[in-house]
Design a protein around this ligand. Structure first.
Ligand SMILES: O=C(O)[C@H](O)[C@H](O)COP(=O)(O)O
Ligand SMILES: [Mg+2]
Length: 306
């Protein structure tokens, strides 16, 4: 297949990108960093964009942190001026979906298979959560008589996302709520990412964690709120009128084709795939829907314009 995607490798190309777009939407894992390992010239690139008055937003499928915690991570890694309002994560998108679209009554509790990020965003939306990072669930031996198996009838929704502290009890309790009341409790996933990029390796992604309870329960999530879900893009456009009015003034920068690039394309934005995360260069020419641009790393935008 011919390659239509432009590889960013010259000053002219990098300067043309800086001139053409007003909104830069950045994926995080695999673009800005791998875990806590900052990728080359990322801060310089973000600073360059902000010095030119560009709107910089961060759109992550990583549900383990809430926007507040992400703001702290940004500051710890040297992104001094980033604010909570610039960050949209899949946990926040999930909370918006449950509150505004599903309209789950606030007296209903939410069972969480996932980390603090999901719990905090749901609690900020006014919901009580169960499960999640409750230390009672971090058990070594498995007891089928564990008190949590007396299921809470106030649970009105199950949310599943990336979970680092995986164990048999948490998965089995989530399964009980998915089977309860003739499988009628709404089931929401945070994102579909099959793998999680870390320095030099791919780890288990949220999508693979979620798939374990999908397979056991025979249920698909009623909604998966992260990229490429259009709800996340609608949330961003609702807060950025200029992008809503002219999506082609926006550029989505990501490392995964079936989330970031699809999300940007579906939103009417141009797309830039960077090769520091999930995808390999040889794949770019093989996909039918190619990104507008691709680059070895995000930092080339800064490096090529110095
Ligand atoms: O497994 C996951 O959840 C994903 O790999 C992770 O969340 C990706 O985050 P993003 O690249 O969207 O920042
Ligand atoms: Mg990524």
């Amino acid at each position: 297949m011919t390659i239509n995607s432009q590889k960013i490798s010259s000053r002219e190309q990098a300067e043309a990108i800086l001139d053409k777009y007003d909104y830069f939407l950045f994926d995080c894992d695999g673009v800005l960093w791998l875990g806590d390992h900052l990728l080359p010239h990322v801060i310089e690139t973000i600073d360059l964009l902000q010095s030119k008055g560009k709107t910089v937003l961060f759109v992550t499928n990583n549900s383990t942190k809430c926007r507040e915690e992400y703001t702290k991570k940004f500051h710890k890694l040297g992104f001094g001026s980033v604010t909570k309002e610039q960050i949209v994560g899949s946990s926040y998108a999930t909370a918006v979906y449950i509150e505004k679209i599903m309209k789950l009554p606030k007296d209903k509790k939410i069972w969480v298979l996932g980390e603090r990020g999901i719990e905090i965003e749901l609690q900020e939306a006014g919901y009580q959560t169960l499960g999640g990072t409750d230390p009672e669930l971090n058990v070594d031996s498995f007891d089928p008589e564990h008190p949590y198996f007396n299921l809470d009838d106030d649970v009105g929704c199950v949310v599943a996302g990336l979970l680092f502290q995986v164990n048999y009890l948490k998965l089995s309790l989530t399964l009980q709520y998915l089977l309860k009341d003739n499988k009628s409790i709404p089931f929401v996933g945070t994102n579909i990412d099959s793998t999680f990029p870390m320095k030099g390796k791919l780890l288990m992604g949220a999508g693979s964690i979620i798939e374990s309870v999908v397979f056991a329960s025979g249920r698909q999530p009623d909604a998966v709120c992260g990229k490429p879900n259009s709800g996340m893009m609608n949330t961003i456009k609702a807060k950025n009128e200029g992008l809503k009015a002219n999506p082609l003034k926006g550029l989505m920068i990501g490392d995964r084709l079936n989330t970031d690039m699809l999300f940007g394309r579906n939103g009417g934005l141009d797309t830039l795939l960077v090769l520091t995360g999930i995808e390999l260069e040889q794949l770019v020419s093989k996909v039918e829907q190619q990104p507008t641009y691709y680059a070895s790393k995000l930092g080339v935008i800064y490096e090529l314009t110095q």
